[in-house]
Structure formats: C-alpha cells, structure tokens
Design a protein around this ligand. Structure first.
Ligand code: GAP
Length: 501
C-alpha cells in the first residue's frame, strides 16, 4: 500500500469513527479547521498528559493557562505584526489563493530565503498551473499576515488578535510568576490553542488554522545555565541531523544521515548551544519515542544560522517522516533574551530580575514548542496496521499509554444480567481513575474490531463464568490473546501494563 493510500485509509477511519472531521461540515467546508470526536479528544488528552508528565510534572515545573486574545502591542513587541507573514498569490482565472513558496516547492523550485521580488520573477517564468483550475496565470506575490484580527470591546474597540502561539502569554506572565517564585531557573509551560490564518491549508490535519501547542519557556541565567536533573537524561539518545550531515547530503545529492547522539555528546561536542537546549532535546526525544514514532522515522534537524531569526542562539526542528514528507512537529529554540527585552522596551516596564548575588539581568530562554495535531497525525500514520492473520480489520498499534481509553468493557451478551454486571465493573474501574469505553451493541467480534480500529489496547469481557466466579477475560489488541483475571485485579493489570501511575 502506498503512503497516500495509507493516508486515505486513516482519513476514512477518522471520519467513520468520529476521530476528527471538518468543522461545520454541513456548510461548505473551510480548510484548516477540524472538530475532534470523543476518540480524537481522548487521544489528544493522552498526548497532552504524556507531555505534562515528562515536561512539567517530572521536574516540578509550572503550568499555566493564559488568554487566547492578545492586545495589539503584545504582538508588535513579539514581531508578529511586522514579520509573521507568508507570500500569497492568486490564480487570475479562478480566484483561488495559494502560498507562493509552497506552490513553487510542489513544483520542485526552492525559494527559501528569497525576497518577494525574486519569488515574483521565479513564479512568472515557472511553468506552473493552478492546482484548482489547471490554468496558468498568477497575480503578483504579496505578503499576508497570518494572524486573526479582532476587536476587543464593542464597535471599533481595541485591536486585538487570536494568539498565534501560546508562548507570548508565558512571557507576559513571567514578571508576576517571578515575583511569586523568586528564583531562576523558572520553567513555565502551557498547552492550549493557537491560531494562524494559513493561506491555503491543503494538508488535512497537518496544516491547521486552529491547532494546539504544548510549549515551555525555560527562563535562566546565561552565566549559570546548568539544569537540575540533567544527569538523569545524560545517556538518552537524540536522533540528530547535524549541520555537517546536511551539508554532506546536499553536496552528494543523498539523504542526510541521522546521528544518534547522547545528551552528554550534544553538550561535550557543543552541538547544543547550552545545557538547557541539550536537556530539552533529550526530553523531546523520549517523548516522541513514547508516542510510538519509530526509530529512523524522526530526526531532529539542526537548523543553519541563516534559517533562524537573528536573535536565535540555535534551533532544532524535530521532523517526522509521513505520507506528506517530513513534517515539522516541534521547534526547540534558544531564544536568548529577545522576547523579554522586546516586551520591556515596548511596554516601558523593566522586566529584568535581581539575582541573589545582586546582579540584575534579563533572563535567557530555551523553548521547546510542540504541536499536538501534527503529532497526532504522525502517530496515526505510524501505528496504522492493515488486516493480518489475527485482525480481519485495519487497526492502530498505539502505545498502551496512548490508548484513547484505558480499557474497553464488553458484556458477552446483553441478556442474563451480563450487561448489568459489565456496567457495574465499568463504573468500578472509573472510580479507580481509569477511562472506560463501554460497548454492548452488536456481536462481541464486531466490538473487538471497533476497539482495535481506534487503537484500544485492552478489552475486558464479562461472560457467564464472571457471574459464577467473579473473573473476566482481558484481551490484548495485538495478539488477540485473552487472560482470565479476577475483577478486583483489572485496574492494577491495566495500570501496570499501560504505565499508568
Ligand atoms: N513559539 C514557537 C512556535 O510557535 P512554531 O515552529 O511556529 O514555533 C511550533 O510552531 C509547532 O506548532 C510546530 O512545530 C507545529 O507542530 C505546530 N504548528 C505550527 N503551525 C501549525 C499549523 N498551522 N497547523 C498545525 N500545527 C502547527
């Protein structure tokens, strides 16, 4: 099966099982906005929980929730008003708008780093047809700001924008939180929606206008960048596309090779610009591996200095191989003191902090910024399995800790008190903190198939023996093997085998 066929299969399952589907679909669909059904929401929740456990809770970092609406000056200071734009061109015949650089890229013309005049010249001479109407003829390229503009308050109000990243809210909260916690380093994360008015999002769930980010800003003193807890992950490996490997590949016209480097090597060989960067590269590598992205399918691309903003001290983009090519699922960036300095300057508020030794500094920041939906798509692609000798249906081999619900509970039949017993067991498991999918409709075979199709790892079946001896069967999705255990052992069995604490 080709990767495009796999993509189609996943979309069909997603629509059939209500994992995700276009928003407002009874009207003409608008690209880039999707709704999640119960299974999609449950899977997204598991992904965010995993991020939270690795990036926030393990080290006692802080998590906050900041406003989705931001007043204009915030985004002036962050640079989004002036620089957050993409080149757009319009088909003169059908009127559809396209991102000029993507249009050219799809026709094997790379315009990275080119000016708008250069892009215009290239587009004029390139033999490119409109992807919608198939005719030739594009307007001059213009820059289009990607933020959604709104008014805060009635009539004209004050100009505001839906946040294009969650990070700005964290910078704005930093001065208050520093007053509360009073020390560096200070690590503050948040998971929430961001909005970008992408020009022509044609890649399904991968390029969205409304999406979710899991971001963390690690504020630290650049003269003392050591990270508490770093020693625990020094031997973890990170799949890095070094600059050297990218250069060699460019010269030889081959695919760049991934180097599996430990966090310690990233520091010792000065590939990471500082300890916090190496630390978060290690955590991100662990996170993606626990999300089930196979080795060899993810690479942390070390960006060249001409690819990153002028203030950056270094960036790595984790990219996952998918049917859409390599997609960037995160950005891990050393943002120096740029954001706090800009907000200090524009707001007129001094955002420097005084350290115990009396020094006054603007903290530096390392930012791991991870997207949820792109990752969710990548997880689905890599866990998708076709029918096999055990499964007469397609299924998702999701890691147990990402099973949308912790456990499915099925009565063998609805009659003879089995359904009532199964419901009581499901309630008992919920009381013990597990999420439960209860299903009593159709044959037991169909229910196993439906559970496999959404990637459920464990299914508990209540049968006639249950009524006699209070035991149930627990079926493993991958092998379809069943073990018989006591009702009061189910919760521990699931927690132990799914790594739930
Ligand atoms: N604060 C830094 C920041 O926002 P970014 O590289 O623009 O960095 C981080 O975004 C991540 O957010 C991306 O790697 C991607 O996973 C996700 N993301 C960004 N734009 C997206 C879009 N239009 N649709 C889906 N996910 C997106």
């Amino acid at each position: 099966m080709t990767s495009t066929e796999v993509r189609e299969k996943i979309i069909q399952i997603a629509l059939r099982r209500g994992i995700f589907f276009p928003a407002a679909e009874i009207y003409s669909p608008v690209g880039g906005i999707y709704d999640l059904g119960p299974v999609g929401r449950a899977l997204k929740h598991k992904i965010i929980q995993l991020w939270r456990s690795i990036f926030i809770e393990r080290y006692g970092f802080l998590e906050i929730e900041t406003s989705l609406i931001l007043p204009e000056p915030v985004l002036k200071a962050s640079g989004h008003i002036d620089h957050f734009s993409d080149p757009v061109t319009t088909c003169k015949l059908c009127g559809n708008k396209f991102r000029a650089d993507h249009l050219l890229q799809e026709n094997n013309v790379n315009v990275e780093g080119k000016t708008i005049d250069e892009i215009n010249q290239i587009l004029k001479v390139a033999d490119i047809k409109c992807p919608t109407c198939g005719k030739k003829g594009f307007s001059d390229v213009e820059f289009f700001n990607l933020m959604f503009k709104t008014n805060i308050g009635p009539v004209e109000g004050t100009r505001g924008y839906l946040r294009p990243e969650t990070a700005q809210g964290i910078y704005l909260a930093f001065p208050r939180l520093f007053r509360v916690y009073g020390k560096l380093p200070l690590a503050i994360g948040q998971a929430g929606k961001s909005f970008r008015n992408e020009i022509s999002p044609r890649q399904g769930f991968v390029r969205l206008r409304e999406f979710t980010q899991m971001e963390l800003e690690y504020f630290f003193d650049p003269s003392n960048p050591s990270v508490k807890g770093l020693e625990k992950i020094l031997d973890k490996t990170v799949p890095v596309l070094t600059r050297e490997s990218q250069e060699n590949a460019r010269k030889s016209g081959t695919e760049p090779e991934i180097s599996y480097l430990t966090v310690r090597e990233l520091i010792d060989r000065k590939i990471a610009p500082n300890e916090p960067m190496a630390f978060f590269l290690g955590l991100a590598s662990e996170f993606y591996s626990r999300c089930g992205i196979p080795k060899g399918k993810i690479r942390f691309r070390h960006l060249f200095m001409d690819e990153v903003p002028h203030y950056s001290g270094g960036n790595f983009d984790p990219e996952v191989e998918t049917s859409y090519g390599h997609i960037e699922v995160a950005g891990i960036a050393y943002r120096t003191d740029y954001d706090l300095k800009s907000h200090s300057h524009l707001s007129g508020k001094d955002l420097s902090v005084t350290l115990p030794d009396g020094r006054k500094i603007i903290p530096h920041v390392v930012e791991p910024s991870l997207g949820v939906e792109r990752l969710m798509w990548a997880i689905l692609e890599h866990s998708y399995r076709e029918k096999d000798e055990i499964h007469d249906w397609e299924w998702f081999d999701l890691p147990p800790e990402l099973s949308p619900y912790d456990v499915a509970v099925f009565p063998l039949m609805k009659k003879d008190g089995l359904a009532e017993k199964a419901q009581a067991i499901a309630d008992g498991l919920r009381d013990k903190g597990l999420s439960v999918l209860y299903d009593e409709s159709g044959s037991i075979g169909k229910r196993y198939a439906r559970a496999d199709e959404i990637g459920m790892k464990w299914a508990v079946t209540i049968d006639y023996d249950t009524l006699k001896d209070n035991t149930v069967t627990v079926r493993d999705r991958n092998t379809a093997k069943q073990v018989r255990i006591k009702i009061d052992e189910i919760a521990n069995f699931i927690k132990k085998n799914a790594g739930i604490n």
